[in-house]
Design a protein around this ligand. Structure first.
Ligand SMILES: NC(=O)c1ccc[n+]([C@@H]2O[C@H](COP(=O)([O-])OP(=O)(O)OC[C@H]3O[C@@H](n4cnc5c(N)ncnc54)[C@H](OP(=O)(O)O)[C@@H]3O)[C@@H](O)[C@H]2O)c1
Length: 262
């Protein structure tokens, strides 16, 4: 199926690794232009080299999604390079492992800054460009945690729930401006996040054995972690005009770890 993304322009935050990296590789393969950011310039430059995109199709800027001025500048870069924007993927972030006994108010503020305000930092300046696109779509990368909190990830769960709620409001508010807004709710996906946890776990098992054990402990119906490109395909579908009647949806991409039926 042609996703009709050819010559469209997408801003994907956190593009240097994992889900952002896989999404950008897919968008480029579909003939789209991409604007992206991540904090570490060297890791971002390595990703750009890996994509080996046709010249002029990628703008990659070292920037932090928590910085509203930097995000407004990134949107301006998209306009300068490609004349507009057809979609945004709010992807940058990482989870924070800690229970209530280990966190204070400052930790909740930090997490809301990264997972909640960051989305406003990007979408608000992008809106004036998106509303000129006939196929405008925003996809927010969220987690099953938003609906199914885990006490060992208390700040992340709370911030994710707020973000899911915000994303729904955006879908209603922006529908009249021709912009669809959806979420993907992830379970456990094999990316930089989980490789870092594996390396710091001290286990002598190989990654595949360690992963299968966690999948069994967490009750993942499909018995394994997801792959970044499996998430990328879900994101690309929600960006695509092929999903033109889908807005305000939260699509679980979680191998069946979500327990609820909504
Ligand atoms: N993997 C999972 O199991 C899972 C589950 C649920 C939700 N998620 C969410 O999925 C999204 C992608 O994560 P991933 O698993 O692909 O992790 P990843 O491989 O660690 O990639 C995270 C990307 O975001 C960038 N990033 C992190 N903080 C940033 C910031 N403040 N400003 C700009 N860029 C930033 C990172 O680059 P720099 O570090 O250089 O900035 C990197 O490019 C995250 O929002 C994560 O919370 C992942």
């Amino acid at each position: 199926m042609d996703l009709l993304l050819h010559d469209r322009t997408y801003l994907v935050t956190g593009g240097s690794s994992g889900i952002g990296d896989a999404t950008i590789a897919l968008l480029l393969a579909e003939g789209a232009n991409v604007v992206t950011c991540a904090r570490r310039p060297d890791v971002l430059a390595a990703a750009v080299a890996r994509w080996s995109a046709p010249s002029g199709r990628v703008v990659a800027v070292p920037a932090d999604v928590r910085d509203p001025d930097a995000m407004a500048a990134l949107v301006a870069d998209a306009e300068r390079a490609f004349g507009g924007l057809d979609g945004v993927v709010n992807n940058a972030g990482q989870s924070r492992m800690a229970g209530l006994d280990k966190v204070g108010l400052e930790d909740f503020r930090d997490e809301l800054d990264l997972k909640f305000s960051s989305v406003l930092n990007v979408v608000q300046p992008a809106l004036r460009l998106l509303e000129h696109s006939p196929v405008a779509s925003v996809v927010t990368v969220n987690a099953v945690l938003a609906k199914q909190p885990e006490t060992r990830l208390v700040t992340t769960s709370a911030a994710r729930a707020g973000l899911l709620n915000l994303t729904k409001s955006m879908s209603v508010e922006y529908a009249g401006r021709g912009v669809r807004v959806n979420s993907v709710c992830l379970g456990l996906v094999d990316t930089g996040q989980w490789r870092r946890r594996y390396e710091s776990s001290g286990t002598e098992e190989d990654f595949a054995t360690w992963e299968r054990q966690i999948a069994a402990d967490r009750g993942i119906a499909l018995g394994r972690f997801g792959h970044a490109d499996e998430v990328a395909h879900a994101i690309a579908f929600l960006l695509s005009p092929r999903s033109s009647y889908v807005t305000g949806a939260a699509l679980d991409v979680c191998g069946g770890v979500a327990r609820g039926i909504f």
